[in-house]
Design a protein. Structure first.
Length: 313
């Protein structure tokens, strides 16, 4: 099977590529290296370098391809607020261009990496269910929701089967800790290893559903492999368990051998949501998928990788 992974040099995309290569699929990656990294590429994988929002890049990428995992995105909420035009291009225009190219090339299925940001901040303490009304509060969430709608319509309009994931807080090896908006686990781990105090925004009692990247890659493969049409169905991808930041930091500093390292506290981030939890029934019903890696197991693997990033080929 020839599989295109858009954003395949990025954090989540590279984990999908790793699994596809391991089982002998023919893989092509399209990446513009805006956040992807050359060291995340695997040997034996074809590369199309460029911006998927350009028709000729999308057309080259889908040539001869059976199925697609669409992971390419500009994933920063904060950056999208500063530059909504760039977010629109990376998150919506690129998706549209990809879908048109996929339709014209006779691609069988596209699996879309969407986001929990589509739910917005008015969930309160409710558990996010795919049927709830979406209310994004950033250009990022809005663009990702619009692209999700497009992929939901694609089976009907274009005869391209699709599945739409909504990722919660994904973490694991290869997540870049260097931006202030990097995932909190990558930041806390890098800080603990360096013996530096991280900053906890707010009282640290806010909670998130953290899901290990290997589980996310496995869900993508299950969607690629599904025998039945997936017909644009939406599925939260999350572990089904939540943790607050104080407990998270306690676990990470322990694993890093810094049990006494105290975090600094700063005011809560503007727009930060208090609690984020996911209903995980849809992915189980549709794909038979559920998260398998517990937070402590995933954190161990993550800490080990940040201590000694493994080269791969
Ligand atoms: C996640 C997604 C985001 C969007 C959003 C939707 C990630 C990395 N981001 O944002 O793309 O989908 O969910 O709701 O998955 N924090 C600290 N100290 C730090 C960094 C973060 O206290 O140095 C806090 C932060 O204020 C927040 C929590 O940790 O309360 C998680 O932050 P995050 O940036 O990892 O993810 P989140 O949930 O804001």
């Amino acid at each position: 099977m020839r599989v295109l992974v858009t954003g395949g040099a990025g954090f989540i995309g590279s984990h999908i590529v790793e699994r596809l290569v391991a089982r002998g699929d023919d893989v092509v990656v399209v990446d513009d290296f805006s956040t992807g990294k050359a060291e995340n590429l695997f040997t034996g994988v074809d590369l199309v370098e460029g911006d998927l929002a350009e028709a000729k890049i999308a057309e080259r990428a889908v040539k001869g391809v059976d199925v697609v995992c669409h992971c390419a995105a500009s994933a920063s909420v904060a950056k999208s607020i500063v530059d909504p035009v760039a977010s629109n291009a990376a998150n919506l225009q690129a998706a549209t261009q990809l879908l048109v190219a996929a339709r014209d090339a006779g691609v069988r299925r596209v699996v879309y990496s969407g986001t929990a940001a589509v739910y917005g901040s008015d969930l309160g303490t409710d558990t996010a269910l795919e049927t709830m009304r979406e209310a994004p509060v950033s250009p990022y969430g809005m663009n990702k929701l619009a692209a999700e709608h497009l992929f939901r319509m694609a089976p009907e309009l274009y005869g391209v089967d699709t599945a739409c994931f909504r990722y919660f807080n994904i973490y694991g090896p290869r997540q870049d800790p260097t931006s202030p908006y990097s995932g909190v686990i990558s930041i806390f781990t890098a800080k603990a290893i360096a013996g530096e105090a991280p900053t906890i925004f707010g009282d640290g009692r806010q909670s998130r559903d953290f899901c290990f990247v290997g589980d996310v890659a496995r869900a993508n493969i299950a969607a690629l492999d599904a025998d039945e049409p997936l017909a644009g169905q939406i599925m939260n991808l999350a572990s089904g368990a939540t943790t607050d930041l104080l407990a998270l930091w306690a676990e990470i500093r322990g694993l890093c051998g810094r049990p006494d390292l105290e975090a600094e506290h700063a005011p809560a981030r503007v727009g930060d949501i208090r609690d984020s939890s996911a209903d995980v029934g849809a992915a189980r019903r549709i794909l038979g998928w559920q998260a398998e890696v517990s937070l402590s197991e995933g954190l161990q693997q993550t800490v080990a990788w940040y201590r000694a990033p493994l080269p791969h080929s």
